[in-house]
Design a protein around this ligand. Structure first.
Ligand code: APR
Ligand code: PHB
Length: 389
C-alpha cells in the first residue's frame, strides 16, 4: 500500500492530523497499537485553548463540542487561606473551553469513520524505515500478517512511549527532562462540580485541583507521594485530604461520591529536539511532555498539528518545502514557552520535599505578587488561554 502521510498513533494528535489532511485531499493512514475502546478508555485532561477549538472547527469536528462544552472566563487560585481569581476574559479578551479529551478523541474517531479514513487498530511491531531518505516506509504486524506502507512522510504521533522518537538516532536527538518528586492522584466522580470555575490550590499539605467534565461529572486531583498507589487511598481518605487543601468555603459545599476512576500520574517535563528527522515528524507527546498543572498537554499537541498540517499543505499544494523545513523550529519555539508555564505553575503551587523556609517564603512572595499585580495576572492569563500559534 502507498499513502502520502503515514501517521503512527491514533490518539488526539494522529487523529486530528489525519482528519485535517484528509479534508484537503491528502491521503493518510493511522496505525494504532491498541484498540479504539482502549484509546477511548483513557481519562485525560479537558481544558482546550481557543487555538485547539479553531483547529477542531477547521477539521469539521466541533459540532458536539460547541453544544456540550463549558466556556471558562477565569480560574480560582488559592494558597493556604489566600484566594483570588484570574479573569482571562478581562485580561486577554479570551477564554478556555472545558471539554474532555475523551470526547475530543471520540468526535475525531467518528469523523474519521464518516470520511472513510484508514485506521488500523492492534497494529503491532511498527517500524519506520528510511526516514532519512526520500523513500520512507513503515512496516507492522496485524492479524498475524506483515504489512508495508510506502509513503512520502511519517508523522510520529505515538506518544511518549512510542517508536517514532526512538527512530531518530541518539547522535541526532537532544533530550531535556525534569522528573518531579511527586505525583497527582486523580478521581473522577459523578457529582456536580464544587465551583463553576477550576480551583488550583496550593497548601502546606500539597497541591489540589478541582475540575470538571460536565454538570454531573467532576475531576479532582491531589498531589501525592510517588510511592503511593491508587489502592492506598480510599474514597473517604481522598475527599478528606482534598477538603483540607482547598478553601474552606468550597470544602464546606463539596459534594462527594464514589470514584468512578482513580489513578496516579507521574509528573515530568520533557522535550526532544529536533522534532524532524528527514521525512519523519514528531507531534504531541511523542516529542514533549508537560506536568498537567498548566493544562498544556493536549494544547501543545494541537499547535504541532497546526504547524505540520500547514507545512504539508504547502508542500503538496505549492511544492514549497519551507514549512516542513521550519516545522521543528516553529513547533519548538511554542513548546518551550508552554514548558516554562507548566514548570512555573507547578513550582508555584506544589510542595517539594527539599523546600526550606526560604524557598517557602519565595513561593509565598510569588503568590502575593500574582494576587496583587494585574500585569502578572495578565502574563498568567495569556499563557493559560494559549499563546499565539
Ligand atoms: N505504535 C502504534 N501506536 C502507538 C505506539 C506504537 N509503537 N505507541 C503508542 N501508540 C499509540 C498509543 O496507544 C496512543 O493511542 O499512540 C497514541 C498516542 O496518543 P497520546 O499518548 O494521547 O498522545 P497524543 O496523541 O500526542 O496526545 C497528546 O493527549 O494523551 C494525551 O497527555 C496527552 O494531553 C496529551 C495529548
Ligand atoms: C482536568 O480537568 O483533568 C485538568 C484540568 C486542568 C489541569 C489539569 C487537568 O491543569
Amino acid at each position: 500500500m502507498r499513502v502520502q502521510v503515514a501517521i503512527i498513533g491514533g490518539g488526539p494528535s494522529g487523529l486530528l492530523l489525519s482528519q485535517l489532511l484528509h479534508r484537503k485531499g491528502i491521503d493518510t493512514i493511522v496505525l494504532e497499537r491498541k484498540t479504539r475502546e482502549y484509546v477511548l478508555g483513557r481519562i485525560r485532561a479537558g481544558i482546550l485553548e481557543t487555538g485547539f477549538v479553531e483547529l477542531m472547527r477547521e477539521a469539521g469536528v466541533a459540532e458536539r463540542m460547541d453544544k456540550e462544552c463549558f466556556v471558562h472566563d477565569g480560574t480560582v487560585i488559592s494558597y493556604g487561606d489566600i484566594e483570588f481569581g484570574i479573569n482571562f476574559k478581562e485580561l486577554t479578551g479570551s477564554h478556555v473551553v472545558v471539554y474532555g479529551q475523551t470526547e475530543v478523541t471520540r468526535d475525531l474517531y467518528d469523523a474519521r469513520d464518516a470520511m472513510g479514513g484508514k485506521i488500523v487498530f492492534n497494529a503491532d511491531d511498527i517500524q519506520i524505515h528510511g526516514a532519512d531518505s526520500d523513500t520512507p516506509y513503515v512496516t507492522y504486524q496485524a492479524d498475524g500478517t506483515g504489512h508495508r506502507i510506502d509513503c512520502d512522510f511519517v508523522a510520529g504521533c505515538d506518544g511518549f512511549h512510542g517508536v517514532s522518537r526512538q527512530t531518530i538516532p541518539l547522535t541526532v536527538r537532544r533530550e531535556y527532562e525534569k522528573v518531579y518528586p511527586f505525583g497527582w492522584l486523580g478521581v473522577l466522580s459523578e457529582t456536580p462540580p464544587v465551583h463553576d470555575e477550576l480551583i488550583y490550590a496550593g497548601s502546606e499539605r500539597g497541591f489540589a485541583l478541582c475540575s470538571m467534565r460536565n454538570e454531573n461529572l467532576s475531576r479532582y486531583y491531589i498531589q501525592c507521594s510517588l510511592s503511593d498507589s491508587a489502592d492506598d487511598w480510599t474514597d473517604q481518605a481522598f475527599w478528606q485530604e482534598l477538603k483540607r487543601r482547598i478553601p474552606a468555603q468550597y470544602a464546606a459545599t463539596l459534594i462527594t461520591g464514589p470514584s468512578v476512576e482513580k489513578s496516579i500520574a507521574a509528573l515530568r517535563s520533557f522535550v526532544t529536539e529536533p522534532m524532524r528527522w528527514g521525512r519523519l515528524f514528531l507531534c504531541g507527546d511523542a516529542a514533549h511532555i508537560v506536568p498537567p498543572t498548566g493544562a498544556k498537554g493536549l494544547n501543545t499537541a494541537a499547535s504541532d498539528i497546526h504547524y505540520l498540517h500547514n507545512a504539508l499543505l504547502q508542500f503538496y499544494e505549492d511544492h514549497d518545502s519551507e514549512g516542513i523545513d521550519r516545522y521543528s523550529e516553529k513547533a519548538l519555539a511554542r513548546i518551550w514557552k508552554a514548558e516554562r508555564f507548566s514548570w512555573s505553575t507547578t513550582n508555584l503551587l506544589h510542595r517539594f520535599p527539599e523546600q526550606n523556609g526560604f524557598d517557602l517564603k519565595m513561593q509565598k512572595a510569588d503568590i502575593d505578587f500574582l494576587r496583587e499585580n494585574k500585569e502578572a495576572q495578565s502574563v498568567f492569563a495569556q499563557n493559560y488561554v494559549g499563546l499565539p500559534y
